[in-house]
Design a protein. Structure first.
Lengths: 342, 112
């Protein structure tokens, strides 16, 4: 911008000087005061004026020289905005539409409080984590269940059970072959038992009833450890007191009973030389023996099982039972990762 | 006292359910009396204590049963007493050990 008019030069010098003063006032620092010479020099070097003080130059009073050029007007507006606080000091010039296309100015956006992450991503991550934890838990449960099953499986020849030959309360012969075809629950006792055998037989009645209600075909067998006093009629009369349908009471000669008790690992204390008139108590082991339809031993239930507990346990065992030919080793089934509801 | 069925049938001794229950009730009464008098061992005691209850029991229950019940009661009481004694011992031992360790800890922090 070539300036030839001296008055204009003077005007601009004044502007320059006053702008410097204003600058120093605004920023609080003191710039070196520009001498007139410097101002003139700057003006003659046709510097573009960035700061334009609000007030009119001191040197000129003519309105003609006080007119603002369009550029200066814009600059003055900017300065107004700066002083009043509408515009930030370091903000770039306001660009027109064309200019903003040419000079791509980054718009200042409000910062996302989550930063790099977003809500959807976090939800997916949390869901995946929950799925993983659930899977691990299910795998652990499956492993424990499989271990338990493996432990409770019985392989090979059973240690309990075996051949025997006894007489039932109606006088008929009963052997281990009569156990086949249905499940059996065997209890060893004697009719002149003070309180334990009646208690256990009442428990047996409840168990048999519960199991038959579930449709399980099971027979109850009472084997006497006191063959000398417990003859078939005695057994028959004794068993009438108990509400067990189809219960079989077994007895026989001393040696037969002894052999049967040995096969079932039952301890009993009746000596062989007592007579029917003797008054004695027989000490014996107190267990229920569950036998399967093949006449093989399944499980034993002691006194710590009450009627409900025993019926549940027996039902569980019966439901899991498979005949020997269909039996095979249980394999571990790995749970599915995706089916978290199983 | 042996319970004999009617003599027409064979020599069968069967104790029916009702007879059993009567025996048990008499037994419970007798044992309640013994507990009240704090008697654990019947054999050494004077037979005048709880004599009525004892006679009831003797009449309603078989003799082997009476002996068995009394023996069992005595055994159970002994076992319970032993259990109580053992738990008390264990508690005392634990208490002693704990207080010893507490003492130790206390002494560590006491400025001597």
């Amino acid at each position: 911008m070539l300036v030839t008019n001296k008055a204009t030069i003077m005007q601009m010098a004044g502007i320059w000087r006053q702008s410097a003063t204003l600058c120093s006032q605004l920023s609080g620092r003191s710039f070196s005061r520009m001498s007139t010479k410097d101002s003139l020099r700057n003006a003659s070097r046709s510097r573009r004026v960035l700061f334009c003080p609000h007030g009119r130059p001191f040197s000129t009073t003519l309105p003609k020289f006080n007119e603002r050029k369009p550029e200066e007007k814009k600059v003055e507006e900017d300065l107004d905005a700066l002083v009043t606080g509408k515009k930030r000091p370091m903000a770039g010039p306001e660009l027109t539409e064309e200019e903003s296309v040419v000079f791509k100015v980054a718009k200042s956006k409000r910062r996302n409080p989550l930063g790099f992450f977003n809500v959807a991503g976090m939800l997916i991550f949390a869901g995946g984590l929950a799925l993983l934890i659930n899977y691990k838990r299910r795998v652990q449960r499956a492993v424990e269940a499989h271990k338990e099953e493996k432990e409770s499986e019985s392989f090979g020849k059973a240690l309990i059970g075996g051949p025997f030959q006894l007489i039932d309360q109606n006088g008929g012969i009963f052997t281990q072959e009569n156990l086949k075809g249905k499940f059996s629950l065997i209890y060893f006792g004697f009719t002149l038992c003070p309180d334990i055998c009646p208690e256990e037989l009442d428990k047996m009645a409840i168990i048999i009833k519960n199991l038959r209600k579930q449709g399980i075909d099971i027979q109850a067998i009472f084997i006497s450890c006191d063959p000398i006093r417990d003859t078939p009629p005695v057994l028959k009369k004794y068993l009438e007191d108990f509400d067990i349908e189809g219960i079989v009471g077994l007895t026989g000669s001393y040696s037969d009973v002894e052999a049967c008790c040995k096969a079932y690992r039952v301890y009993f204390s009746t000596p062989p030389d007592v007579t029917a008139e003797d008054d004695y108590i027989v000490d014996h082991s107190i267990f229920f023996y569950l036998m399967d339809p093949e006449g093989e031993f399944v499980n034993v239930f002691g006194r710590r099982y009450d009627a409900q507990g025993a019926s549940e346990e027996i039902a569980k065992k019966i439901k899991k039972w498979v005949p020997a030919k269909d039996r095979r080793e249980s394999s571990f089934q790995k749970p599915s990762f995706w089916k978290f509801w199983e | 006292m042996a319970k004999l069925d009617s003599s027409e049938q064979e020599d069968t001794q069967v104790v029916t359910r009702s007879e059993r229950e009567k025996c048990w009730i008499a037994r419970d009464k007798y044992f309640a009396c013994l507990d009240k008098n704090r008697i654990t061992s019947v054999a050494n005691q004077d037979s005048s204590v709880c004599a009525n209850e004892r006679s009831d029991v003797d009449s309603l229950c078989r003799q082997s049963w009476v002996d068995y019940f009394i023996q069992r009661r005595e055994r159970t009481l002994q076992i319970d007493a032993m259990k109580r004694y053992r738990t008390q011992q264990a508690h005392d031992e634990l208490e002693a050990r704990e207080s010893a360790s507490r003492e130790e800890l206390r002494n560590k922090f006491v400025k001597r």
